[in-house]
Write a protein that binds this ligand. Sequence first.
Ligand code: GLU
Length: 423
Amino acid sequence: MQSAKTVHASKESLNPFEIVQKQIDSAASILQLPSSITKILKKPKRVISVSFPVKMDDGTIEVFDGYRSQHNDASGPTKGGIRFHPDVDIDEVKALSMWMTFKCQVVGLPYGGGKGGVVCDPHHYSTSELERISRGFMEAIADVVGPETDIPAPDVYTTPQIMGWMMDTYSRLKGTYSPGVITGKPLSIGGSKGRSSATATGCVYTIREAMKDLGLPMEGATVAIQGFGNAGRISALLLAELGCKIVAVCDTKGGIYHPDGLDVDTLCRLKDETSIMEYPEKQVIGGDQLLKLDVDILIPAALENVITSENADKIKAKIIAEAANGPTTPYADEVLKERGVIVIPDILANAGGVTVSYFEWVQNQMHFYWTEKEINERLEQIMVTAYREVADISKEYQVDMRNGAFIIAIKKLAETMEARGWI
Ligand code: GLU
């Protein structure tokens, strides 16, 4: 059966599950690995599909569909977010769980990959309805998650508050206080300092390293950001602090451009109050136009499949830093490589989020909490080391950084699976 995600752009499949399988094949063929390894890595170990009823504020009942995919737990419990989005489907969740496995290996975390999703648009629900959806989903998956089994976290359109409700539901069901079952929680119930800004902070460290490699200064570098959620807006703030010029941003309501740079504090305020489209002096642009702007740095920070065969040959950025998961297709990767665009792949660029989730989980398990300074120093050290390892191996094998990152991850997984006697 074809998933709804098997849409074919003119030259390629956009099914994320097929895309990640291709990425695995690509790195495995460079390494000339036996098929026993890729056979295991190309499928998640367990995927569960749930439907659960939720009472709406008007007394009616709605039934929601959700999924949790646990890809590979050779290195430790599976780990990865839960998204609430109308386009969630099983193949997307499977692919996202697979990217999590490779991401955790790239930054050296003792985790495998997981991901979950509920098919819903959270903007359509009241706070109390959202609470019941969150608790309903956690109740539906409680038997397969746990601090030593599978540890969810925030993802697209889910928040610390949602993590808090889910942690509470799990703790009540199990009868023990279990903060380590989920990360990205509010600080008062075992969340970690630095977690909410971690994805963007990590992404900015990788951009800084890539700019150094290209011999370009951060001061005055031009940036376009597609998506103005957690990762997009915090990246904008951090890059502006480093002297970059944020010339364009967009979200689901539209895009805006100003060649002299946009004021990021104003953008954040407008995003919270009304919409970024209320920005005073701007040129209105479409999302696709934003991707093709002549900028130094392009940050896709929303969903999958935005850089495809349809637009890859028109991208002018020098560096693409993938704050989103899966924004670039394999076909687009080839085109970008030929054109000399540096792509910092998702499994490296956005690994700061899961890295600080790991710190949060460690703190929860130890009941001992770290300062923001400690968190950020450890995050920087991990991200810079991972960046350098990926850059070095990419040079050694003369491949792009996505292949380089997959090579690192798959080599480590092969060793772990062998040590466990799986292969
Ligand atoms: N959803 C984030 C990601 O895709 C974070 C996952 C986590 O913190 O476990 O990496």
